[in-house]
Design a protein around this ligand. Sequence first.
Ligand SMILES: Cc1cc2nc3c(=O)[nH]c(=O)nc-3n(C[C@H](O)[C@H](O)[C@H](O)COP(=O)(O)OP(=O)(O)OC[C@H]3O[C@@H](n4cnc5c(N)ncnc54)[C@H](O)[C@@H]3O)c2cc1C
Length: 418
Amino acid sequence: MSYDVIVIGGGPSGLMASIAAAENGAKVMLIEKGSKLGKKLAISGGGRCNVTNRLPQEEVIKHIPGNGKFLYSAFSVFNNYDIIHFFENMGVQLKEEDHGRMFPVSNSAKTVVNALINKLHELEVEIRMNTVVNAVHYDEHEHTIILEDHEKIRTKSVVIAVGGKAVPHTGSTGDGYAWAKKAGHTITELYPTEVALTSNENFIKNKSLQGLSLRDVSLSVLNKKKKPIITHQMDMLFTHFGVSGPAVLRCSQFVVKELMKGQQEVPMVLDILPNEHEEHLIRSVWDSVKHNPKKAFKNILKGIVPERMLAYVLIKNDVSEDEKAGNISKETIRSIIHDIKHFSFNVHGSLPLEKAFVTGGGVSIKEIVPNTMQSKIMHGLYFCGEILDIHGYTGGYNITSALVSGRLAGMNAALEAN
Ligand SMILES: Cc1cc2nc3c(=O)[nH]c(=O)nc-3n(C[C@H](O)[C@H](O)[C@H](O)COP(=O)(O)OP(=O)(O)OC[C@H]3O[C@@H](n4cnc5c(N)ncnc54)[C@H](O)[C@@H]3O)c2cc1C
């Protein structure tokens, strides 16, 4: 038995590739090693399935800092708006939330995954669940997929859609890199992205700020010369090992890259009140102090800075809990506001790739045709999704990349086979 297209991996990229290949007339088999399709897709966006993002194409690409520009030509064939139409045509109503993130109106990942599965059935894609691919054997005319139980299946085109190495219990255990290498592809260094960061700072070790979450703060990663490499304004969280939360996840890949260059620690700076001007804050606190000299100084700042952060900054500036406002000098106010606007700390590492949301690095995009996702090295070989050296922020950008590259891979794998 031989197939036109075999898609390995039933994540968003493989599901879309199978659908696109079948829609283009190919006899398709989808092979998935787990017992569920779209497992990681289903846990995205806090379990509600963040299918794509509605921001303009330019913005979507900007939010894919890991080689997002490679997707320009793919986007000219199938983009984030096409993803929205694709789901709506299958009867999945979508709604927009913050930052352009798109979710099913049902708030249930099942709606999305079931629609994709129904589509596969409608297109008569043969699905092999609980089936592990062990190897891919490349030949002059056809390729052979070798399963764990040694069964061999022949195919004209193969689409490798097995994802990266992050959160391996979802099935993505990095199996595809070896198959890509065997075909002659380069795998760029793998690293965790969208990952929590660890820090050896005393305030982390002694848990002074553990559990404190900050809303809408501005967090920057600094280079060796203390110049910002990247800044993100979002929420963040202090944990027992370091920092986490959306702003940290977005900054994380820039930290990881600095550490990969051999740096032992990476400086970060946090602005707890990014929408307030520093001099203006100093003036307004100083005015309050002058008008309320008998008030406890901490009560003047209470509504402005989260309490635990305030307590920490006051200790750092040798101001006691019940110090009266009248006893505080302008210089101390200046120093406290400076700490609030420029809270500096070092991070020393990240959680491992297994605990990251997304894999950085992968099959080098230099060896992939950008408007077909075809290998430049091997005929009948296509890659899509997170196995490629493309990674974005969470917020629907990785899933968009997976669905767009999957669409192109499936479509072109079918065209080549026929
Ligand atoms: C907790 C979490 C939340 C996330 N939230 C978001 C978000 O909000 N927005 C966003 O854009 N991205 C998010 N992501 C990332 C996003 O889910 C992934 O980038 C995306 O699922 C990648 O799709 P993929 O098809 O390339 O691979 P995957 O979804 O990893 O699918 C690969 C599939 O291949 C199968 N497979 C692997 N090896 C084999 C083999 N040898 N034989 C057969 N099958 C195999 C696996 O079982 C798996 O089903 C999140 C990730 C995680 C972990």
